[in-house]
Design a protein around this ligand. Structure first.
Ligand code: G
Ligand code: G
Length: 248
């Protein structure tokens, strides 16, 4: 119970922040997007990653307020950075299955900030979605937002799910990218996902790129975009802004 109070307090007292990890276009090697990672600057525990508190936020329903805050904050940053010259710059935010079920059925996920945002969902959303969630994600795309499947390859989503949903990007899970320069199986998997993605009219993003060898292999394989420690770890907004402006 104390934790719930602390989370409410965190929202009111501006203890939440977003860190941004660049997503790079492999052809030009320019930053074109960023993935937002929610963090909580806890007064006693220090900087906490989303993995440490999102579960509890989901159980208590506070996730809808956290999610709204994330989308507002990310939209404001995206607008600022587009204004500073990164014309088509886009921010990707995570939305969990639990958050979507809660906010889509209640109609509490506002459409005001749909334009220009990229929503990342995991395969479980494709597999177990309600009509309300599907309808909401369709409206997102009609209103100028886009949809990415995060950690693609670790779950059971198939081509038919992708066609039914209207998806814009596939993000290949970093476990495959990690092995791409030394495991033929992973190479074959990544090549297949790129081919399937392109056949379906989607762009493919590689997650967890850590070496120049992986980056070069991915570009040659026709992968569109990449993120990972090779380019940058997730950065606080001001540090990310410097990186973005240096890149422009
Ligand atoms: O950066 P970190 O290792 O804490 O991220 C762990 C996971 O937390 C991410 O892979 C992502 O799935 C999740 N996450 C990060 N930010 C958010 C957010 O704003 N909303 C939700 N629902 N999940 C997030
Ligand atoms: O679930 P998701 O894939 O969004 O995981 C996000 C987490 O992965 C974050 O904690 C982020 O710091 C971490 N991450 C980002 N890039 C890399 C990378 O290149 N290698 C590894 N091992 N982790 C990464």
């Amino acid at each position: 119970l104390r934790v719930i109070d602390e989370m409410r307090h965190a929202l009111r007292e501006r203890q939440l922040c977003l860190h941004y990890q660049p997503i790079v276009d492999l052809a030009s090697e320019r930053i074109v997007k960023a993935e937002a990672q929610l963090r909580w600057q806890h007064p006693q525990s220090g900087l906490m990653s989303a993995a440490e508190f999102i579960g509890l936020a989901e159980e208590t329903g506070l996730i809808s307020e956290f999610g709204a805050w994330v989308q507002d904050e990310a939209s404001a940053h995206a607008e600022r950075w587009r204004g500073l010259g990164a014309a088509a710059f886009q921010i990707a935010i995570h939305k969990s299955a639990a958050e979507l079920i809660l906010t889509a059925s209640k109609g509490s996920w506002t459409e005001i900030r749909d334009d220009g945002i990229l929503i990342e969902i995991k395969e479980d959303v494709l597999l177990n979605s309600s009509p309300a969630v599907r309808a909401r994600l369709e409206r997102l795309r009609k209103r100028g937002g886009q949809l990415a499947i995060d950690d693609f390859g670790v779950g059971y989503a198939s081509m038919s799910h992708l066609k039914k949903f209207g998806v814009d990007y596939l993000k290949i899970d970093r476990s495959f990218i990690n092995a791409v320069t030394n495991q033929p199986d992973s190479r074959m998997f990544v090549e297949s996902v790129i081919a399937m993605g392109h056949k379906l009219g989607l762009q493919v993003i590689a997650e967890g790129v850590e070496t120049a060898g992986q980056k070069d292999w991915l570009r040659t394989a026709g992968c569109d975009l990449a993120q990972g420690y090779f380019f940058s770890e997730p950065l606080p907004p001001l540090d990310f802004e410097q990186l973005l402006m240096a890149d422009a």
